[in-house]
Write a protein that binds this ligand. Structure first.
Ligand code: FES
Length: 278
């Protein structure tokens, strides 16, 4: 008797192996699509962001556009500027006098801690930098897996606490965006810089409100939604945002760097911040 299997034998499939021949990690897979594009793009964007943010944090200048240019624009990397080294006008009053190097190095601990421990970014950089695994249906490049149950990855569990710090920074950057409507010496107005700061604050709020820890905080641990109607409403509102968390993660990351870049260009006199006033 002839069976279907006899009539149509399954063709032999040769696993694709990356890197092994050059001494790098072996990544066998049967996938024929371009699964490697996503990890490569992730490495490129995250490396570019870390490189730019490090440079911007250490350079310690051109982060504030003040009265001389009739603007009140501050880079998100340097806000709130609370150290003795802040340029005049960029801070409400010096609070930390013993910190004399770039104020951004003190500030960025919190937003970077929030992003580094983000559940989505963890997936992205575990896959792209550590190849663990690089993609679905692609072998892990490492022989063993200990998950996040041991130090140092156990530290990732602090994400829920960084979430609270993230909210504080969102409030501060929202205030910065509102303050950007003032044009010292002219009055109240609106400029490209105002729009940039507003969009930046909005994207950061969307990133935070779509956070998995936020959704759990609002609707997690509830046994009956009918007995917690307000939490249920909030949870229902946050759930569609949560589904777009990856998009907000990338948009807010790129735009926060762009916001610093824009303020830097205006502060250094490279471009003019076009706008109007009332
Ligand atoms: S899961 Fe990404 S910010 Fe919380």
């Amino acid at each position: 008797m002839t069976t279907l299997e006899d009539a149509t034998p399954t063709p032999a499939v040769t696993p694709v192996v990356l890197g092994g021949a050059r001494g790098g990690p072996s990544v066998p897979t049967l996938r024929k699509d371009r699964w490697w594009i996503q990890p490569v793009v992730t490495v490129a964007v995250l490396t570019a962001f870390v490189g730019y943010a490090s440079w911007a944090a250490f350079v310690n200048k051109d982060y504030y556009v003040g009265t001389s240019l009739h603007r009140d624009l501050i880079s998100p990397f340097y806000s709130p500027c609370l150290t003795g080294s802040c340029v005049p006008g960029s801070h409400p009053g010096t609070v930390i006098t013993w910190w004399t190097i770039s104020p951004a190095l003190l500030i960025l601990i919190f937003p970077l801690g929030f992003r580094m421990t983000c559940y989505y970014y963890r997936k992205a950089y575990y896959r792209s930098f550590w190849l663990a695994p690089p993609a679905c249906a692609v072998s892990d490049a490492h022989g063993s897996y200990s998950g996040e149950s041991r130090f140092p990855l156990l530290f990732q569990n602090v994400h829920r606490y960084f979430f609270y710090f993230g909210l504080v920074f969102n409030v501060i950057l929202t205030v910065d965006a509102i303050v950007a409507f003032s044009q010292p010496g002219i009055g109240i107005g609106f400029s490209v810089g105002t729009a940039v700061l507003l969009i930046n604050a909005t994207l950061l709020w969307l990133y935070s409100l779509s956070c998995h820890a936020c959704r759990h905080l609002c609707g997690g641990g509830v046994k009956q939604f009918s007995s917690s109607p307000i939490r249920h409403k909030i949870w229902k509102a946050l759930t569609p945002l949560n589904a777009k968390h990856m998009m907000f993660a990338w948009l807010s990351l790129v735009f926060v760097a762009f916001t610093d870049f824009y303020v830097r260009l205006v502060a250094s006199g490279t471009i003019h911040d076009y706008g109007f006033h009332f």
